[in-house]
Design a protein around this ligand. Structure first.
Ligand code: UD1
Length: 422
C-alpha cells in the first residue's frame, strides 16, 4: 500500500484552543480490564486510534464483543471463550501484554507470545511473569509461546524491582478476583493507574492506594460492568503545549488535569514559557525566544515523563543555550535525534545522555517517525521549521494521536495528510 505522509509548512507561531483526547494509556488497560467484568461496560472518551482497534480485535477474539459507539466503545462480556492471544496480535501492539493479568485472573490460564517490536530498546516482560508466579501461576515456555496456568491466583506481597506502569496494572487486574489480599509495593504512581483502579472499584473491586507506592487489593468473587469516562491524555496535552512553545505561540489546552502534568509544565516554565491553569485548562504563552534547561532527567511519575522527552527536546532545539537530557526509563529512546539533525538541530547523544545546543532556526526536511512520541516531536519541530517538511512513518503517530494533522490545523498549523510518497 502506498505510504501516507504529512506535508508540513512551518515557521508561524501556533495560536488557539484545543480539546484533549482520551488517554490511550488509560483506555487500553481499561479495555483489557473489561474481561474481568460480567455484563456490559460502556467506555466513553476513547480515542480513535489503531491501538484501540487492535485491543478491540483481541477482545472480540476472546469472545467478548467490543463495538464502537459514539466517542467510545460498548463491551459486552457474557463469558470468555478463549485464553490465547495470537502471535500476530501480540506483535501488533506492545500493550497486548496488558491482557495477561485479566485473562489469567478470569480464566486461570493464558497463552501468549512476546509483545512486538523493540521501538524503545528491549522491553522485557520478566517483571510481569515474575509477579504472576508470585500469585501462584506456573509459567512455561514452548516454542516461543508463554503458557501460564494457575489453579487459583492467591493474594500475596509483591515488591516490584522498578515501578513499572504495565506490571502495576497487570498485578491489579490479576489480583481483583484472586483469593485474599495482594499488597504491591514500589508500585508505579502514574495517573492512568488510578483511572484503572477507579473503573474497577466502580465495578465492585476493592483496590486501595492506587496512585501511591503501596497498593492493596482485596480479592472479590465477581465484578459487573459500568459506564465510565476515560481520563484525558496528559501526553497529548503536552504535545500541543510543546507545539505552542517551539513555534513561539500562544495555546490553550482544554479538558486536561493540570496537576497530572506538574513536572512537564515545570520544564516548560524553566525554559521561559508563561503558563497559567484553571481546573481543566492550561494556557501557554511562549512569545519570545526560550532558553535552555540545564538538566532534564526522565523518571517514573511524578517525575518528568519519558513520553514527553522527545517533545521537550524539539522545544529546546530552538532555545538559547545548552540543554542536557538523561533518559533513565528506556534504553533506546533517542531515535528522533537523527531526524531532528536533518532539520538543522545541534544534538549529540552518548548512551542515555543527549546534549542539545539550541539553534535560532530549524529548516524543513524529509523526516521519518521511528516511534510514537519521537514522531510527534518531529511533527511539532516541522511546524516550527522554516519551509516545507515531509513526515513519513505515520503508522507510529496513528497509534497515539487521533488526527495529528487536524489537531495542528486547529491551532493554525499548515499540516496536510497526503497520499503516496513519490
Ligand atoms: C508504559 C506506557 C508508556 C510509557 C511507560 C513509562 C502504556 C500502555 N505505556 O509502558 O507509554 O513510556 O509506561 O512511563 O501505559 N521493564 C522490565 N521488565 C518488565 C517490564 C518493564 O525490565 O517486565 C522495564 C522496561 O524495559 C523499562 C521500564 O521497566 O525500562 C519501564 O517500563 P514500564 O513502566 O513497564 O513501561 P510500559 O508499561 O511498557
Amino acid at each position: 500500500m502506498a505510504e501516507e505522509w504529512l506535508r508540513i509548512r512551518g515557521g508561524k507561531p501556533l495560536q488557539g484552543e484545543i480539546k484533549t483526547q482520551g488517554a490511550k494509556n488509560a483506555a487500553l488497560p481499561l479495555m483489557a480490564a473489561t474481561l474481568l467484568c460480567d455484563g456490559e461496560t460502556h467506555l466513553s472518551h476513547v480515542p480513535a486510534l489503531s491501538d484501540v482497534w487492535a485491543a478491540s480485535r483481541i477482545l472480540n477474539r476472546l469472545g467478548v464483543t467490543c463495538l464502537p459507539d459514539g466517542d467510545g466503545v460498548t463491551i459486552r462480556n457474557d463469558g470468555l471463550t478463549g485464553t490465547a492471544i495470537p502471535d500476530a496480535d501480540m506483535r501488533r501492539m506492545r500493550s497486548s501484554i496488558m491482557f495477561l493479568g485479566p485473562i489469567l485472573g478470569r480464566m486461570h490460564a493464558c497463552e501468549l507470545t512476546l509483545p512486538g517490536g523493540c521501538e524503545l530498546g528491549p522491553r522485557p516482560i520478566d517483571y510481569h511473569l515474575e509477579a504472576m508466579r508470585r500469585m501462584g501461576a506456573v509459567i512455561t515456555e514452548e516454542h516461543g509461546a508463554i503458557i501460564c496456568r494457575a489453579e487459583r491466583l492467591q493474594g500475596t506481597h509483591i515488591a516490584l524491582p522498578f515501578p513499572s506502569v504495565g506490571v502495576t496494572e497487570n498485578v491489579i487486574m490479576a489480583a481483583v478476583l484472586a483469593e485474599g489480599e495482594t499488597v504491591l509495593t514500589n508500585a508505579a504512581r502514574e495517573p492512568e493507574i488510578a483511572d484503572l483502579a477507579q473503573y474497577l472499584n466502580q465495578c465492585g473491586a476493592k483496590i486501595f492506594g492506587a496512585g501511591e507506592s503501596t497498593i492493596r487489593i482485596e480479592g472479590v468473587s465477581q465484578l459487573h460492568g459500568t459506564v465510565y469516562t476515560v481520563m484525558a491524555d496528559r501526553i497529548v496535552a503536552m504535545t500541543w503545549l510543546c507545539a505552542g512553545a517551539v513555534t513561539g505561540g500562544t495555546v490553550c489546552v482544554k479538558d486536561v488535569v493540570p496537576a497530572d502534568l506538574d513536572a512537564a509544565l515545570n520544564a516548560l516554565q524553566t525554559a521561559g514559557c508563561r503558563i497559567a491553569s484553571t481546573a481543566d485548562r492550561i494556557y501557554l504563552d511562549a512569545g519570545r525566544r526560550l532558553h535552555a534547561v540545564r538538566y532534564l532527567r526522565t523518571m517514573p511519575y511524578p517525575g518528568f515523563p519519558t513520553d514527553a522527552q522527545a517533545l521537550m527536546m524539539a522545544v529546546l532545539c530552538r532555545a538559547a543555550g545548552t540543554s542536557v537530557f538523561e533518559e533513565t526509563v528506556f534504553d533506546s529512546r533517542y531515535k528522533h535525534v537523527g531526524e531532528l539533525l536533518r532539520m538543522g538541530a545541534d544534538i549529540r547523544v552518548s548512551g542515555r545522555i543527549a546534549v542539545v545546543n539550541g539553534v535560532a532556526e530549524l529548516h524543513g526536511a524529509d523526516v521519518e517517525a521511528m516511534d510514537l512520541r519521537g514522531g510527534a516531536a518531529l511533527a511539532i519541530a516541522a511546524v516550527a521549521a522554516k519551509g516545507e517538511s515531509r513526515l513519513t512513518g505515520l503508522t507510529h503517530l496513528d497509534r497515539g494521536y487521533a488526527g495529528m494533522a487536524e489537531c495542528l490545523r486547529v491551532l493554525g498549523g499548515d499540516v496536510v495528510r497526503m497520499g503516496s510518497c513519490a
